[in-house]
Design a protein around this ligand. Structure first.
Ligand code: NDP
Length: 450
């Protein structure tokens, strides 16, 4: 390949989607180069899912240490050292960054550690001034945090900076009611911050089932997290003492040590030269693609968050794989199935879901059956922790098929991964009933629903 071009494939962006696509294309025999201006690994590995999950683990010790006396343990002089955890997490991120780089190099993917821009048909110019050509171009540049445009917004941080803080803020205000807001609210709260979430509406985690959202709100409040709804920023002012004074609609001013924006993410499409070759963008600046991740320009493809389809790492990886198999593999074109994708929010406690919410199922199917288990996990009972789990199964009343499962409670994401296989496979409530419980577990509730 690559007779008339320097490369068969040039990938812009070394995150989950870009790395998978490049590696697979190379394994199909393509000559591949990839440009990454920051660190190979992308949002998920460097400043997203992975370090966040490590902080979630760290945060959970707070409750385990609180509960441990009920299980007979006494620990004298326990204390928390944020800098130790932060640096330890970053050390592991360095390792992963190295592993992702090695993977590419082992597949003979040439890496340019610099910014790349499309400067003409099949032509890419690197920040160093070098110009190369490629038969195909894949844009996998991801997304970045959206920061509301209010006076003083520059005093706030986003999740990007949260991993590098010098100290845990005494009081933090987190803006937004989605994944990042709820996950970091749990993390900071367990580390001892006074956390306030402010949200423009009164709806948290909009895409999740209402009962779970209500349960998370109730438990979060019980744990000491404050919520201010229908609040939008008016301004953020830095005071002489270094603190931040936040003014917002419908609520009193607040003084805090840190403001963190978690108000959605915007596709990274600026400055890539997409307009130079006429790649079509959507309203949010996302790259518009067909089911094979192809743009309106025949040789340009895009995968992952930059397309704003489903902003989840495993989806970006699948899109990257499908692109590489379609364009460089020997078989039929592969399109990613974006239906019935399981997801989780690593809040305290976590939420996990697959398929339709009760509301969606009622709208789409009309007649549905809903099975609920509202219980206290054994560990919480022994620990005297008044925190109830909620599992919900939604079935199509016409044929008994399970169309959605929703869970909030300890280890819900771990349990959901297996349950999601059953929902994706179209199993019925009777199939779950026919499965013997593993006792005593939390997961057994799924096969005992009445
Ligand atoms: P989300 O889309 O989850 O939530 C954004 C929140 O910000 C919503 O409450 C939204 O309100 C609010 N919002 C949006 N725009 C504005 C605005 N202009 N002013 C004020 N509030 C606003 O985004 P996140 O930033 O939390 O996360 C980004 C994406 O990253 C997620 O959608 C998810 O796909 C992915 N992610 C996944 C994780 C996981 O899998 N566990 C973890 C973290 C991120 P409203 O509801 O009214 O729109």
């Amino acid at each position: 390949m690559a007779d008339d071009y320097d490369y068969d494939l040039f990938t812009i962006g070394g995150g989950s989607g870009g790395v998978r696509a490049s590696r697979i294309a190379a394994s199909h025999g393509a000559k591949v180069a990839l440009a990454e201006e920051f660190r190979v690994g992308g949002t998920c590995v460097i400043r997203g899912c992975v370090p966040k999950k490590m902080l979630v683990y760290g945060a959970h010790f707070a409750e385990d240490l609180e509960d441990c006396e009920k299980f007979g343990w006494s620990i004298e002089g326990k204390s928390f050292d944020w800098v130790k955890l932060r640096d330890h997490v970053q050390k592991d991120i360095d390792r992963l960054n190295g592993a992702y780089t090695d993977t590419l190099e082992n597949h003979d993917v040439e890496i340019f550690h610099e910014r790349a821009e499309i400067t003409g048909d099949h032509e890419i110019t690197l920040a160093s001034g070098k110009t190369v050509t490629a038969k195909y171009i894949l844009v996998a540049t991801g997304a970045r945090p959206h920061v509301p445009d209010c006076p003083g917004h520059e005093h706030g941080i986003t999740s990007n900076e949260a991993f590098h803080l010098d100290a845990i803020p005494e009081r933090i205000l987190i803006a937004g009611g989605g994944y990042i807001a709820n996950e970091f609210a749990g993390i900071f709260n367990e580390f001892g911050s006074k956390v306030t979430i402010i949200n423009r509406s009164d709806t948290l985690l909009r895409s999740y089932d209402e009962s779970l959202r209500d349960r998370l709100l109730q438990i979060s409040m019980m744990k000491g997290i404050d919520f201010r709804f229908h609040a939008e920023f008016r301004c953020i002012e830095k005071l002489d003492n270094g603190k931040l004074k936040v003014s917002m609609t419908n609520h009193d001013d607040m003084e805090v040590d840190c403001v963190m924006f978690a108000t959605g993410r915007l596709p990274n499409t600026e400055g890539l030269g997409l307009d130079t070759i006429g790649v079509e963008l959507g309203d949010k600046g996302e790259i518009k693609v067909d089911r094979f991740s192809k743009t309106n320009v025949d040789y340009v493809y895009a995968v992952g968050d930059v397309t704003d389809r489903v902003q989840l790492t495993p989806v970006a990886i699948r899109e990257g794989q499908a692109f590489a198999d379609t364009v460089f593999g020997s078989g039929d074109p592969v399109a990613v199935d974006h239906s019935c994708i399981p997801s989780a929010v690593f809040s305290h406690p976590p939420i996990a879901a697959v398929g339709m919410t009760e509301g969606e199922a009622k709208n789409q199917l009309g007649n549905v059956k809903v099975y609920i288990s509202d219980f206290r996990a054994m560990k919480n009972v022994v620990a005297d922790r008044h925190e109830r789990s909620l599992y919900k199964m939604i079935c199509d009343a016409g044929n008994d098929r399970i169309v959605g499962i929703h869970m909030i409670g300890p280890e819900a994401p771990e349990i959901m991964q297996a349950a999601a296989v059953a929902v994706k496979a179209g199993l019925t409530k009777a199939d779950f009933d026919a499965t013997t419980a593993i006792h005593p577990t939390m997961a057994e509730e799924l096969v005992l629903l009445k």
